[in-house]
Design a protein around this ligand. Structure first.
Ligand SMILES: Nc1ncnc2c1ncn2[C@@H]1O[C@H](COP(=O)(O)OP(=O)(O)OP(=O)(O)O)[C@@H](O)[C@H]1O
Ligand SMILES: [Mg+2]
Length: 263
């Protein structure tokens, strides 16, 4: 097993605002890792540092074996970032968007790369249509497809399904699953707890600048005692765990085996 993303003691301040106060995390290669947190928790800030778009105030991080601070060029060659807001050009067709990115990356066979990605994301039929006519799910899939040009080994997806309807979310989920199945490492942020439940091999909860809990869904569920409902033992949902560990809700987290100490 290889560690694709390693973060140690990461801190980030904007003036007096201490957004990240010592984030530690490890993401195993070829897995999907979900970073959960409320609005303003620092999810995008973390991703921007890992993608070399922002500098940490303290701490260290390596992505695909390269240090983000001392070797940002090598990191950029190994990653792609799909931001919170889609980067698709609406005037161009889906295929033209893909060809454009492939040309910008100086790749030979831009047309073939575009056609392969259209097929992989079920956009072949729509490939000749202006992206402005696409549904939200199709646009997001195109956005993710564009980010895969050049075969990045690590993909950052910042809230890949925010604003999408349920059907479009399922389409994007399928795209993320196929990424992971092909060996790509995916770090995604989300505010949708069911998204993390559905997609992630491991889930981390970012709160007040630190990862306050992380593990597989089953490990996180063990943080809360199962609720007795008549004769059926009901597992706590990830939402129960999330609200309990960030200090809202009534769950009892005293027995939290995997919960980290919050200073
Ligand atoms: N360039 C900046 N200058 C000043 N403050 C910033 C800057 N970037 C982010 N912040 C602040 O840092 C905090 C974390 O922001 P961030 O965008 O990382 O949160 P987030 O977890 O991605 O939230 P959301 O769920 O709303 O996307 C917020 O309070 C934000 O206002
Ligand atoms: Mg964000």
């Amino acid at each position: 097993m290889t560690i694709a993303i390693r973060v140690r003691g990461l801190e980030k301040s904007f003036g007096d605002l201490h957004v990240l106060r010592g984030v530690d995390l490890d993401v195993e290669g070829g897995t999907v890792y979900a970073l959960l947190g409320s609005n303003g928790a620092g999810k995008t800030t973390t991703i921007r540092i890992l993608a070399t778009l922002a500098k940490a105030t303290a701490g260290s991080a390596t992505v695909a074996g390269h240090d983000v601070a001392t070797d940002p060029g090598a990191v950029r060659e190994a990653i792609s970032l799909t931001g919170q807001f889609a980067a698709v050009d609406e005037v161009l067709t889906g295929r033209e968007n893909l060809v454009l990115v492939a040309r910008l990356r100086h790749l030979p066979n831009a047309g073939r790369i575009a056609d392969d990605l259209l097929a992989r994301f079920s956009l072949t039929d729509a490939g000749g249509r202006r992206a402005g006519t696409y549904s939200g799910g199709m646009r997001r899939r195109l956005d993710i497809a564009m980010s895969l040009i050049g075969d990045p080994s690590v993909v950052f997806l910042d809230e890949p399904t925010t604003g999408l309807d349920p059907e479009a979310r399922l389409e994007v989920w399928d795209a993320v699953r196929s990424l992971a199945a092909s060996g790509t490492t995916v770090l995604l942020t989300t505010q949708y707890l069911d998204e993390a439940e559905q997609l992630a091999d491991r889930i981390a909860i970012l709160h007040e600048g630190r990862i306050i809990a992380d593990g597989t869904l089953a490990e996180l569920q063990r943080l809360l005692p199962p609720a007795e409902v008549e004769y059926v033992e009901k597992q706590p949902t990830l939402e129960d765990v999330f609200l309990a560990v960030i200090g809202h809700g009534s769950g009892d987290t005293d027995t939290a085996a995997h919960q980290k100490e919050v200073a």
